[in-house]
Write a protein that binds this ligand. Structure first.
Ligand SMILES: Cc1cc2nc3c(=O)[nH]c(=O)nc-3n(C[C@H](O)[C@H](O)[C@H](O)COP(=O)(O)O)c2cc1C
Length: 399
């Protein structure tokens, strides 16, 4: 969503400035073209060389004596968006009053692109009436203020004023600059691997981390969808557009998915659900002294087939974990009633469970296959939504 977008990252002088390096890296990973501008105070907290190394271009620090005749207007016109992170109380005050004595504030004043400000400061500074007034002014000017969070602050303090996580800022930029082709859509996503109890302590599980499902949920929200995420894994950071329901077993996942699916436009079932579960889990911990237990297994509900059989079913995408060939996924696509099956080779290095990348093959019910190269999971999610949005539009157009 940020590929090719031109973003100016402004960094002001607070302790959280060190996080700007990670934010810059994430923006570059998402394909953005990035330039940076720092206040003089920011250079006391993070080295300009670090940002130069990440972005490939030295940050602009002063307005005078630099290679550009007019760095602020040049960057302001170049930018598709300007983001100030972290934004100190002082920088916020200057922005609110249109003061342009430094390169960062001058760039914000000189742009017509959307501006995102992520404040970071001690709670007393954040709650001071002057800061409240300045933030209200920024809102009135159309600036998007992201955060701050509540939590650990510098010096062992705690409270509101903490810079939001860099990925939340990336998300805000994606919402601002990316496509909104899922606006008004209700989307259900399942993620993670189920755990089927053997006894109160042990379970049969699998290696799914939930990362692919999380990427699909987050990307859908950024493209305008209201997302219902059913997960047995760690969910993504809190997001107003994602409702999370935590489940553990295949039965819990089935009940939750089936209760919601017919109210959704799209369901993407990316969870790795156990096919079998212990039929009679022990009520108490099984003991070594009692000998090797016999564990008999019984089938779990087929969640995908259950959704496919619904009268008022959503557009349905199923994931299939494969080890080597995609024959199983091909069979799933032909027989299970899904509109699209995404096969991922979990045995391949860098693909599948727990990794940040994935190599998938898209399979349609008529057996057509399309293999994608190894990609970051957020990019797989984005491309998948490109495909689903266009298939959905075609389906609605023809009905
Ligand atoms: C150790 C230290 C940490 C600071 N952290 C913050 C901070 O997190 N937020 C803030 O608003 N100001 C913070 N300040 C104060 C700013 O550095 C100071 O107001 C500075 O003038 C800000 O300049 P700038 O907004 O041009 O970057 C800190 C100062 C020091 C000495």
């Amino acid at each position: 969503m940020l590929r090719g977008k031109r973003i100016v990252l402004g960094i002001s002088g607070g302790v959280a400035a060190y996080k700007a390096a990670y934010l810059a890296r994430r923006l570059v990973e998402h394909g953005a073209e990035l330039r940076t501008v720092m206040t003089v105070a920011a250079t006391r907290f993070i080295g300009p060389q670090t940002l130069a190394a990440i972005t490939g271009t030295p940050p602009v620090i002063g307005l005078f004596g630099v290679s550009s005749v007019s760095p602020h207007t040049e960057m302001g016109r170049w930018a598709d968006a300007v983001v100030v992170a972290p934004a100190t109380a002082s920088t916020i005050a200057r922005l609110a009053h249109g003061l342009s004595e430094d390169a960062l504030c001058a760039t914000v004043l000189a742009t017509t692109a959307p501006v995102v400000v992520a404040p970071a400061m001690h709670t007393e500074m954040w709650e001071h009436p002057a800061t409240r007034r300045n933030i209200a002014r920024l809102h009135d000017d159309g600036t998007l203020v992201v955060g701050p969070d509540e939590g650990a602050l510098a010096g062992g303090d705690e409270g509101p004023g903490r810079l939001v996580e860099p990925d939340v800022i990336v998300g805000a930029l994606q919402r601002l600059l990316g496509p909104r082709d899922l606006e008004g859509r209700n989307v259900l996503v399942s993620a993670g691997g189920t755990r089927e109890p053997i006894d109160p302590v042990r379970y049969i599980g699998n290696r799914s981390s939930g990362k692919m499902g999380n990427a699909i949920a987050v990307t859908a929200a950024r493209r305008g969808a209201t997302v219902f995420l059913v997960t047995s894994a760690e969910p993504p950071p809190e997001d107003d557009h994602i409702e999370v329901v935590r489940v553990e077993t295949a039965v819990e996942m089935a009940e939750t998915v089936w209760a919601r699916a017919s109210k959704c436009d799209v369901a993407v079932l990316a969870a790795a659900v156990a096919d079998f579960r212990p039929g009679d889990p022990g009520a108490e911990k099984l003991r070594r002294a009692d000998g090797v237990p016999e564990i008999s297994l019984e089938p779990t509900p087929d969640i995908l087939a259950g959704v496919a059989a619904m009268e008022d079913r959503p557009f349905l995408v199923g994931f299939a974990a494969e080890t080597g060939t995609v024959e199983g996924a091909l069979d799933k696509a032909r027989t299970k009633g899904a509109d699209l099956v995404v096969a991922n080779d979990v045995a391949r290095r860098g693909s599948g469970f727990g990794t940040d990348t994935n190599e998938v093959t898209l399979i349609t019910p008529d057996g057509e296959r399309e293999k994608w190269q190894l990609l970051p999971k957020h990019e797989v999610a984005d491309r998948l939504w490109d495909r689903v949005a266009s298939m959905l539009a075609a389906k609605e157009g023809s009905s």
